[in-house]
Design a protein around this ligand. Structure first.
Ligand code: NAD
Ligand code: DAU
Length: 356
C-alpha cells in the first residue's frame, strides 16, 4: 500500500512521514513524498530514511499536473495527504503571490489530478481512496477574548493573505466532494511546535535567537493567544481522520492549550536558563517588543470535541512535556539549525525585522 504525501520535507510533513514509517501499523507501506524543496523544505529532516526503499522522494511542484498524473498512475496510492503549502503569515504579508499559486492553484491541480485518477479506479480501490487536506484554524479568523473556541461550523473569516489562500483551498476541497463525490477529509489544526520546525516561526525563532544571544522579537504587546499542539499529536490526529474520518467532513485539531505569546517566550527562556544557562544572565533579558504584525489575529482557540467524540483522539503531550522535548531537540541539533540559517534565511530575517 502506498501513500502520496505532498510537502513531506517541511516541518509537519517530515514529522508525519517519519512517524508513518516508524509505526508498526503502517511501517510496511510505501510513502511517495512530493516536495518542491522551497526554503521551508529540507531533506535533512528525512536523513533517517536515506536508502530506505519505503521512502520514495520526488522533487517536484504540486502545480505540475503532468507530474502528479504520472505519480498517481505509477504508484496508485490509497490516499493523498496534502501538506504542501506556503505556510508563514509574515511572508504572505511581504509577498502574497507564492501563497496564491501553491495554496490555491496547487490544491486545485492536485484535486483535478486526484479526481481523474479516482474516477478511473476499479470499485474496490475507489472505495478506499482518500484525499486528506491539511488545513489551519486561521481560516476562522480572530476570536474575541471571551468567545467560545472555534468549532467546525464557525464562519470562515480569514484575515491574512496566508489564511485567505488556505480558506480558498478548503472551499475547493469541499466543492470537489459535493460536486464530483471525491472522497475528501479536511483537518483544521492550531499552531504546531516540535522538531524540524523552521526557525522563522515563534517557538523555534525564540530558541535559536536566545542561544545566539540575539533579541527575542515579540510583536506588539505579546498578549496574542495561540492554541499550541505538539507536532506528533497533529500527526496522530491526521492518522485517525485518514483511517476513520467521515467523508466530506472537517475535523478541528487542537491542544486545549491557549497561551499568550509573551508567556510562551518566558517559558522558553526559563527552560533554557535550566538546560543551557548563559553566563551573561537570564535569557528573558533579551525580550524586545517590536512593531506588531499588520492585521495580527488576536486569539485562536480550537474546540476539539468532535474529533474526540467521533474518533477518540486526544493529544498525548501536555505543553510542559512537549516544549521541554522541543527545547532539548534544538539543543541537540545545532548542526541542523546552523545549516538552515543559510544566506536566504538571513535575507528573510533582515526583510522582516530590520524595519520593526
Ligand atoms: P512548512 O512551510 O514547514 O512546509 C511546507 C512544505 O511544502 C515544504 O517542504 C515546501 O518545500 C513544500 N512546498 C511548498 N510549495 C510547494 C509546491 N508548490 N509544491 C510542492 N511542495 C511545496 O509548513 P508546515 O508548517 O509543515 O505546514 C504544513 C501544512 O500544515 C500546511 O498546509 C499548513 O497550512 C498546515 N498547518 C500548519 C500549522 C503550523 O503550525 N505549522 C498548523 C496548522 C496547519
Ligand atoms: O494557527 C495555525 C497556524 O500557526 C498555521 O496555519 C501557520 O502555518 C503557522 O505558521 C502558525 O501561524 P502563526 O502566525 O500563528 O505562527 P507564528 O509562529 O508566525 O506566530 C505565532 C505568534 O507569535 C503570532 O501571534 C505572531 C507572534 N510572533 C511571531 C514571530 C515570528 C512574534 O511575536 N514574533 C515573531 O518574531
Amino acid at each position: 500500500m502506498t501513500l502520496l504525501v505532498t510537502g513531506g520535507a517541511g516541518f509537519i510533513g517530515s514529522n508525519f512521514v517519519l512517524d508513518w514509517l516508524a509505526d508498526p501499523a503502517t511501517a510496511g507501506e510505501t510513502v511517495v513524498n512530493l516536495d518542491a524543496l522551497t526554503y521551508a523544505g529540507n531533506l535533512r529532516n528525512l536523513a533517517a530514511l536515506q536508502g530506505d526503499p519505503r521512502h520514495h522522494f520526488v522533487h517536484g511542484d504540486i502545480c505540475d499536473r503532468a507530474l502528479i498524473d504520472r505519480l498517481l498512475a505509477e504508484h496508485r496510492p490509497r490516499a493523498i495527504v496534502h501538506f504542501a503549502a506556503e505556510s508563514h503569515v509574515d511572508r504572505s504579508i511581504h509577498g502574497p503571490g507564492a501563497f496564491m499559486r501553491t495554496n490555491i492553484d496547487g490544491t486545485f491541480t492536485l484535486l483535478e489530478a486526484a479526481r481523474g485518477h479516482w474516477s478511473g479506479l476499479p470499485a474496490d480501490e475507489k472505495a478506499v481512496f482518500r484525499f486528506h487536506h491539511v488545513s489551519t484554524d486561521e481560516v476562522y479568523g480572530s476570536l474575541a477574548p471571551d468567545a467560545p473556541a472555534f468549532t467546525e461550523t464557525h464562519p470562515y473569516e480569514p484575515n491574512s493573505p496566508y489564511s485567505a489562500s488556505k480558506a480558498a483551498s478548503d472551499h475547493l476541497v469541499r466543492a470537489w466532494h459535493h460536486t464530483y463525490g471525491l472522497p475528501v477529509v479536511t483537518t483544521n489544526c492550531s499552531n504546531n511546535y516540535g522538531p524540524w520546525h523552521f526557525p522563522e516561526k515563534l517557538i523555534p525563532l525564540m530558541i535559536v535567537n536566545a542561544l545566539a544571544g540575539k533579541p527575542l522579537p515579540v510583536y506588539g504587546d505579546g498578549r496574542q493567544i495561540r492554541d499550541w499542539l505538539y507536532v506528533g499529536d497533529h500527526c496522530s490526529a491526521i492518522r485517525a481522520v485518514l483511517a476513520r474520518g467521515r467523508l466530506g467532513e472537517t475535523y478541528n485539531i487542537g491542544g486545549w492549550n491557549e497561551q499568550a505569546n509573551i508567556d510562551i517566550v518566558h517559558t522558553i527562556c526559563a527552560l533554557l536558563d535550566e538546560l543551557r544557562p548563559d553566563p551573561a544572565g537570564r535569557y528573558a533579558r533579551l525580550i524586545t517588543h517590536v512593531t506588531d504584525r499588520p492585521g495580527h489575529d488576536r486569539r485562536y482557540a480550537i474546540d476539539a470535541r468532535k474529533i474526540e467524540r467521533e474518533l477518540g483522539w486526544r493529544p498525548a503531550e501536555t505543553f510542559a512535556t512537549g516544549i521541554r522535548k522541543t527545547v532539548q531537540w534544538y539543543l541537540a541539533h545545532g548542526d541542523w539549525v546552523q545549516e538552515v540559517q543559510s544566506g536566504t534565511y538571513r535575507d528573510w530575517v533582515a526583510a522582516n525585522y530590520a524595519q520593526r
